[in-house]
Unconditional design. Structure first.
Length: 135
């Protein structure tokens, strides 16, 4: 089951979209407020949820916002068969592919310094930790 976090622009506003698919919550949208609903990659449809689910959504939202503040260069993290991390590096969008054995490759032939490489990997693994998932 794919899980992700993405920084998006929707109607000119900065939004964080979390595809959780856990605890009966499909997706969480943060745009100054927390909304729970369904996201198909294009449209977000808000759903009414119980107080308990809203509390869970708030907990995940806080953790993910903290993570993105620690890793400002990250645009998105997607977990499915492996980790896909899109990030800014030297004014370029780069995608890191992190396999289950921890091996990292990139979509571009550029030299990425070790500290950035480790930071990207640490942030991606922290995202999995927040979700309670292992690579």
């Amino acid at each position: 089951m794919t899980k992700s976090v993405s920084k998006l622009k929707i109607e000119g506003k900065d939004v964080i979209m979390i595809e959780l698919r856990k605890h009966g919550i499909d997706s969480i949208m943060l745009n100054g407020e927390i909304k729970v609903g369904e996201y198909d990659g294009v449209d977000f449809v808000k759903k009414e949820v119980s107080e308990e689910k809203m509390k869970i959504a708030k907990e995940y939202s806080l953790k993910v916002k903290e993570l993105l503040n620690l890793c400002p260069c990250i645009i998105s993290i997607v977990y499915s068969d492996m980790l896909y991390v899109k990030f800014y590096y030297d004014s370029t969008d780069v995608i890191a592919f992190i396999s289950q054995n921890g091996y990292t490759t990139y979509n571009k032939q550029i030299s990425i310094d070790k500290s950035t490489e480790e930071r990207i990997k640490d942030c991606a693994l922290k995202f999995l930790e927040i979700l309670g998932v292992k690579l």
